[in-house]
Design a protein around this ligand. Structure first.
Ligand code: KG4
Ligand code: ZN
Length: 357
């Protein structure tokens, strides 16, 4: 089944064409970074207007790059939440119109399920069950993934998401937006052991995260640093960036390994925008290796928001016979625990592609 996936949950207009939830024919992302950059963060009103301008050309390009015609599509999957309401609405209503015009089914997809299943766009995929750490600008969560559509949340952030912390700290440091990439870049020349920023371990048993205290600690440090109060430490901006990044990574790696041990999983998947961070990838792989756990990362293109991962998640829902309600709406908050259970998929032959691929 050839599925077009559409994501307009935040500031990227993206569309991807994927066969059978695994084989990517195309993945087109129109980034709004330059639009939001002067504002130091995403401006929701500007984001939705920009989605309106770009949704049609992005979908057309995804179909063209896939080497297909629009009526070769056999299903559409669209993100309905969580995300910015105005942005989500653009994707949903465009997808509804297109699915109706083409007479093909539409699946309403949870953005987080897209991140979890993005690993299936790669050649090497984990066997179920596995633990997934999703780290993005809006979410930081640990899931026990027992199968398609079977996700048990093990932990989540109690305040800021990891990516949000990167973005806010970059702003505090005057490094601009988006924060993750610039902090990672600056950190490469810094000493990660220079400043002992706090790590919020929470209780011994907790798999939850908290990054707001760390963000405040960096802000206080910067205040003193500007006044020259911490001058004698000799820390430079790169050291602050590296020490902050290390504090985030320590907690993410520790809790991910703890979750994996708790359920005895042999595989760990890390996805979402922050999973692009090379130092985090290396540290997690090193720790996992000690515990004989295999780590899987999607390539960076599939870690940040993209339409292909939504097509992958939507494929399994369409295969199970799930259809978006014509009157269905977007959900700014959409927990994974609110996902409808995935029915047993009907025999594959009934849904096999019309095309030979
Ligand atoms: O998954 P994503 O594209 O969008 C959301 O669903 O939020 O993630 C975007 C987040 C941003 O907060 C960005 O700063 C962060 O991912 N990010 C990174 C890196 N690249 C992107 N964080 C740390 N290191 C990176 N290299
Ligand atoms: Zn995302």
């Amino acid at each position: 089944m050839i599925v077009l996936g559409i994501d307009t949950s935040c500031d990227d207009t993206s569309a991807g064409v994927v066969a059978h939830g695994t084989r990517v024919f195309s993945n087109v992302v129109h980034s709004q970074v330059t639009l939001h950059h002067p504002h130091g963060g995403v401006v929701p009103e500007l984001a939705s207007r920009e989605h309106i301008r770009n949704i049609m050309p992005v979908v057309e390009e995804a179909v063209t790059r896939a080497g297909l015609r629009i009526d070769d599509l056999e299903g559409i999957a669209v993100t309905v939440g969580p995300g910015l309401v105005g942005s989500l609405l653009v994707g949903l209503y465009y997808a509804k119109g297109l699915a109706y015009a083409l007479g093909i089914p539409l699946a309403a997809v949870n953005h987080l399920e897209g991140h979890i299943l993005s690993i299936f766009l790669e050649e090497e995929v984990p066997a179920f069950p596995f633990v997934a750490l999703t780290v993005s600008g809006g979410h930081t969560s640990l899931y026990h993934v027992k199968g398609y559509g079977q996700y048990i949340q093990m932990g989540q952030t109690l305040d800021d998401a990891a990516g949000e912390a990167f973005d806010k700290v970059a702003k505090i440091l005057g490094l601009g937006y988006p924060g993750g990439v610039v902090i990672e870049h600056r950190a490469q020349e810094g000493d990660e052991a220079k400043i002992p920023f706090p790590r919020a371990w929470l209780s011994d048993f907790s798999l939850d995260f908290s990054f707001s205290g760390l963000k405040t600690a960096v802000a206080l440090y910067i205040k003193k640093w500007h006044k020259g109060g911490v001058e004698n430490t000799g820390a430079v901006l790169a050291d602050i960036a590296a020490s902050f990044q290390e504090a985030v990574i320590d907690v993410l790696v520790h809790k991910a390994m703890k979750a994996t041990a708790q359920v005895g999983a042999l595989a760990l998947v890390m996805a979402g925008g922050v999973a692009c961070n090379q130092r985090l990838r290396t540290r997690l792989r090193e720790e996992a290796h000690k515990d004989k756990v295999r780590v899987y990362y999607p390539r960076p293109e599939y870690c940040t928001d993209n339409g292909a991962m939504i097509a992958a998640a939507g494929f399994h829902r369409l295969l199970a016979g799930e259809r978006a309600a014509p009157s269905g709406d977007v959900k700014s908050k959409y927990l994974i625990s609110d996902l409808p259970p995935l029915g047993a998929p009907p025999s594959y032959a009934a849904h096999a592609s019309k095309r030979k691929i």
